[in-house]
Design a protein around this ligand. Sequence first.
Ligand code: GUN
Length: 306
Amino acid sequence: MSGVVLDGKKINQEILNELRPRIAALTATKRPPALAVVLVGNDPASQIYVRSKVKTCNDLGIRSIEIRPSENITTDDLIQQVAPLANDPEVDGILVQMPLPKQIDVERVMSYVDASRDVDGFGMQSLGALVLNRPAPRACTPAGILEMLKRYRIPIAGKHAVVVGRSDIVGKPMALLLLHENATVTICHSRTRNLAEECSRADILVAAMGRPAMLTAEYIKPGAIVVDVGTNRLSNAAEVQRVFKDEPAKLASFEKTGTALVGDIDPKAMKELASYYTPVPGGVGPLTIAMLMANAVELAEAHLLQ
Ligand code: GUN
């Protein structure tokens, strides 16, 4: 048996196409939506994500304003750059790419991201609204996952959902969104006992802990819906061999490039056991970007059409 692929690229295109007329209407009557993107330093993964976000803005006709402070900036100096965006009438959304360098006090910086421009939903006010199930921007990755489950008409109410990982940007908001859809939710983390046993009870399993191919067959209930948020870049040949031993195309690509991308779930087990699953890449990643664009348009409409 092989599960149905939850096609993040397809859903991404659907969402972006639905945004186009809204962006055109704003552009014709007011101005294009505008997103400020703050990328601190040279983290290679963050650079790739930001490039992809800016490119999507350009394709859609959303104005992007890139701010790129150096790796060794202080918290105070970063705040100097972020704070003015909060009252800039030409800016609808402010995105501070995570992770920030170690010397930065993330909470202090985020407190300067005005709630009406919190395009990532990472601020206190947006998170409070999430807890209360009130309208506010939602963190893009969990919101995208929920949107995909809905578009594939996968029922959530009454299901047992297990979220592995308790990060502020994925695990916690994901658990709350599933709870608001009336799932029974378990949150697992590094201190959870008998993780395999917890996971194997999941009707919906969301893996977001950043451990390459850690969840193997014994973690997956046959027929479960499996969502893999992990994007781990492997460069160790033995590890790549272990994960992709039955996938010659992946091994050949590793031979050529020296790296291979793997999620938090063993891809073979996921494909064989899940009823629906998100591939890595091409599953969750494109949804994050689509929801970011949706949040930016939503904020622009709130700023410009009231
Ligand atoms: N780092 C990993 N995911 C995200 C995201 O969705 N937004 C931001 N700003 N940083 C991230």
